[in-house]
Design a protein around this ligand. Structure first.
Ligand code: NAD
Ligand code: ZN
Length: 354
């Protein structure tokens, strides 16, 4: 068992422990005298894990309610969000009750936003069941829903009271979903921690899930504690994301987020080296580890197509875009790249000769 404490505005612990799903009730009871715990989950996770969470909550003297919505990003919208709020109100859930977000990042983001806004905020805990949710979305307090104009456009910073990660629940993930989460895991190694990167190269992440999740959570925690509201340092976590989002967008989201981030990391590393923005060429080790974890490393989209998408990204700042550049494996910096310099950067990133 591993515990990581997060000291943001609200302090909370992240517990990484095999089987902790069956202790959800006991962990929550230690935090609250709430009468009712509302499980919010999607249909797939409902079938797999909701009953165990429910039983454990009832054993700890909670009345339970459950709201289930169809799985997938398409549910992360204002309609599901409103339906959750109406469900809470119709069931007379009070501000002293509690929400349990059981599922992947979609559940966590949406249940978190509902918790942040229902009666101006009620307690919630995260019980992440995808690798991405364990290492990324459940940590840091960003909650959101998508709007028609784009992803995560409405949301709030709202910290959970606790995060309970049960690595055993990841055993039911498809290989694709596991690899997607691995893109974010590898990202942490490149940004912050060379030794962790090497560990992932030399070992199988699947066989070391507690350690892998704990390390990622600690690394994200360190950044979030210093920059809770995402005004600077937290931008480092976007390594591979600006160009990754461009790939995702060009594919009309048929390329998964993790795959797009994998490609984005390669473009950023190679582009940074070949345009002389860094002395270290991290491309080869990156290609090797991404292949090991069954992630793509190249895209068929042209530099012009990617540029157009990148420039429509919300992180654009006047005449420049901030990119995360590896100074070395395990150490990244934020660097402004003028929009004029972005096309050659992407061309070099794609490995195109000019
Ligand atoms: N808040 C943040 O800081 C943050 C960070 C990164 C990503 N996100 C958000 O997270 C979302 C992506 O998260 P995700 O990849 O977990 O997606 P997801 O929640 O849609 O889960 C992916 C799929 O896996 C299924 N699933 C979940 N747990 C399972 C399990 N244990 N076994 C089998 N299937 C399971 C789900 O039903 C779903 O179909 C995006 O909406 C993204 O914007 C948020
Ligand atoms: Zn990501």
């Amino acid at each position: 068992m591993k515990t990581v404490s997060v000291h943001t505005g609200t302090k909370y612990d992240i517990t990484v422990k095999n089987g902790v799903l069956d202790e959800t009730g006991a962990y929550l009871r230690a935090l609250t005298e709430a009468r009712t715990a509302v499980i919010i989950t999607d249909d797939i996770v409902d079938r797999l894990y909701a009953e165990r969470a429910e039983k454990s909550l009832q054993a700890a003297d909670f009345q339970t309610l459950k709201f289930v919505f169809p799985n997938g990003e398409r549910s992360k919208n204002i309609h599901t969000y409103t339906a959750i709020l109406e469900f809470l109100a119709q069931n007379r859930v009070t501000r002293t009750d509690c929400i349990v977000a059981l599922g992947g990042g979609v559940v966590g983001d949406m249940a978190g936003f509902a918790a942040a806004t229902y009666q101006r905020g009620i307690d919630f805990i995260q019980v992440p069941t995808t690798l991405l949710a364990c290492v990324d979305s459940s940590v840091g307090g960003k909650t959101a829903i998508d709007l028609t104009a784009g992803k995560n456009l409405a949301g709030a910073f709202y910290q959970p009271r606790a995060v309970l990660c049960d690595p055993e629940t990841l055993s039911t993930l498809s290989d694709r979903l596991f690899s997607d989460g691995m893109a974010e895991v590898i990202k942490y190694g490149v940004i912050f921690d060379r030794a962790f990167f090497d560990f992932l190269c030399e070992n199988e992440a699947k066989e070391n899930l507690e350690t892998v999740i704990e390390t990622c959570v600690q690394l994200k925690r360190n950044v979030v504690e210093q920059d809770e509201k995402d005004r600077g340092l937290r931008g480092l976590l976007n390594f591979g994301h600006t160009l990754g989002h461009a790939v995702e967008g060009c594919s009309d989201f048929s390329v998964s987020h993790g795959s797009a981030v994998a490609i984005g990391m390669v473009l950023a590393a190679r582009g940074a080296y070949l345009t002389g923005r860094t002395q270290a060429d991290c491309t080869e080790p990156l290609l090797k580890i991404l292949r090991k974890y069954d992630l793509p490393t190249a895209t068929e989209y042209s530099a012009e197509q990617l540029l157009a998408r990148a420039l429509s990204d919300k992180k654009r700042d006047g005449g420049s875009i901030t990119l995360v550049i590896p100074k070395n494996l395990g150490e990244c910096v934020l660097q402004k790249v003028s929009t004029d310099a972005l096309l050659p950067f992407i061309e070099k990133g794609l490995g195109q000769c000019m």
